[in-house]
Design a protein around this ligand. Structure first.
Ligand code: ADP
Ligand code: MG
Length: 438
């Protein structure tokens, strides 16, 4: 595999000036305003790195250094990169190109690696006109991947048409957009799911209104019954909107580390007290065992309360009646010398089949949609838990065995001892915000 190392002789003769031009084209390619914040940062860093390398190239002078430099740059680039001669023969490519096309096309026509007519046409047109082109390229097998291709003529290279075999004439860069497309698709799915979840209770409320205006107009008993059903549906919509707003607020703050110091035991006791009536109503008992010492975490108290509330409420809802729900905390050290606290909620309910466990934190994912709906679920509780724990540099661990029960554990880093001087900046009477679904 050549992979940006063994350059052909004609290419080696290009020298520092051409390398400089290629590097500028590469930098220009990445300097294009990308779509997300992270990419802007990446692009800036790359452009900066390349401009430094370009300066080096300018001073390097020698051909040998220049070709080595270009090879190094090609190998460093995060995306597939190729240099072609005027006849479309690949004279240099990096490892990303080899792995993207599952073939090392060096020494072969570009069509050996890429069959997409749009890219081959772009290569031809750029050879003829010298004008750079951007083309979208989608590959479906073996796995679906999407790229944006950038094809440009290398200025100062011999004119493409009369160019000699092996002289660099064009460069081709592919930017992998697969991940970005996946994120876009997830967003679209999320909007579709959220709309569907809202439309269902809305349609039922509209149905009841119609009935009340028509057939049941003078039926007092039916009116009372329908109004009750409408209230339940309206509450379901309201819960969904609360959860959606929670999720988007947490997502907005995901990069801001919480700064308050929270007394974990106090927050958990508060949630247990709050959920006690619901547990009684469902015939479940909440058994809280926390050690006497105080445990502090750096966190947002309201968000942590929401985590514990979602986990304990799930145990009450899904673990069947008459069950014991144990809530306990353990502290431990990690390999990196940090200390963590794990707050676990163990139930002795039906458990969750293994295939569902990795998907529980996906938005709207439920093991049984009807069961969740009938218990007032929105399917967003564990997604919210996951996002809050991410923001706290924590983690959710789920262990479950069918017929035995489940343990949901929220693991959080402990606050550094020097930050524990002024715990709980929030008002002590802060009630959990989410409503309890009866
Ligand atoms: N303790 C539990 N026991 C069994 N199943 C659970 C438990 N906790 C969560 N689940 C399953 O995970 C799904 C997702 O939970 P969650 O995101 O809180 O949504 P919701 O409770 O609104 O349905 C639930 O619908 C349920 O199927
Ligand atoms: Mg839930």
């Amino acid at each position: 595999m050549l992979v940006a190392a063994g350059l052909m002789p004609a290419w080696a003769a290009v020298g520092a000036a051409s390398v400089l031009v290629v590097l500028r084209l590469v930098a220009l390619r990445f300097a294009r305003p990308p779509d997300t914040g992270t990419q802007v940062g990446e692009a800036d860093a790359l452009a900066e790195r390349h401009s430094t390398l370009a300066q080096l190239a300018a001073t390097a002078g020698g051909r040998e250094e220049a070709s080595q430099l270009l090879s190094a740059v090609a190998a460093t680039l995060p995306d597939p990169f190729m240099v072609l001669d005027a006849h479309g023969i690949v004279i240099l490519c990096n490892e990303h190109a080899v792995s993207a096309f599952e073939v090392d096309p060096t020494g072969q026509h570009i069509s050996a690696a890429i069959r997409a007519p749009a890219i081959l046409e772009a290569v031809e047109q750029v050879s003829e006109t010298g004008e750079a082109q951007r083309v979208d390229y989608e590959r479906r097998v073996p796995v679906e991947r999407r790229f944006e291709a950038f094809v440009a003529a290398i200025p100062k290279a011999p004119p493409a048409r009369g160019g000699t075999l092996g002289s660099p004439a064009l460069l081709l860069l592919l930017r992998d957009l697969t991940r970005q497309h996946q994120v876009e698709r997830m967003r679209a799915d999320f909007v579709a799911n959220a709309s569907h979840e809202l439309r269902t209770p809305l349609a039922s409320v509209l149905g009841f209104i119609e009935t009340l205006q028509g057939a049941a107009r003078d039926d007092a008993k039916a009116r009372a019954q329908f109004l009750e059903l409408m209230r339940a549906q309206a509450e379901r919509m309201s819960r969904l909107i609360d959860d959606l707003l929670s999720l988007s607020r947490i997502e907005l703050n995901v990069h801001l580390r919480p700064t308050d110091t929270v007394d974990l035991g106090k927050a958990v006791r508060h949630v247990v007290e709050f959920l006690e009536p619901l547990a009684r109503e469902r015939g479940a008992t909440l058994e809280l065992s926390l050690s006497d010492g105080e445990v502090f975490v750096k966190g947002d108290r309201d968000e942590l309360v929401q985590v514990f509330q979602n986990l304990i409420e799930n145990a009450i809802k899904y673990a069947g009646s008459g069950g014991r729900i144990e809530i306990f905390a353990e502290t431990s050290g990690t390999a990196r010398g940090e200390s963590t606290v794990s707050l676990s909620v163990r139930d002795h309910g039906p458990g969750i089949p293994a295939e569902h466990i990795p998907r529980l934190t996906e938005r709207f994912y439920r093991v049984n949609v009807q069961d969740s709906r009938s218990k007032g679920g929105t399917g967003l509780g564990l997604a919210i838990v996951k996002h809050i724990l991410n923001r706290h540099r924590g983690k959710l661990v789920v262990k479950s065995e069918v017929g035995v029960g489940s343990v949901f554990t929220a693991r959080l880093p402990l606050a550094a001892p020097d930050s524990v001087a002024q715990p709980e900046h929030k008002a002590p009477n802060n009630r959990p915000k989410a409503k309890i679904n009866q």
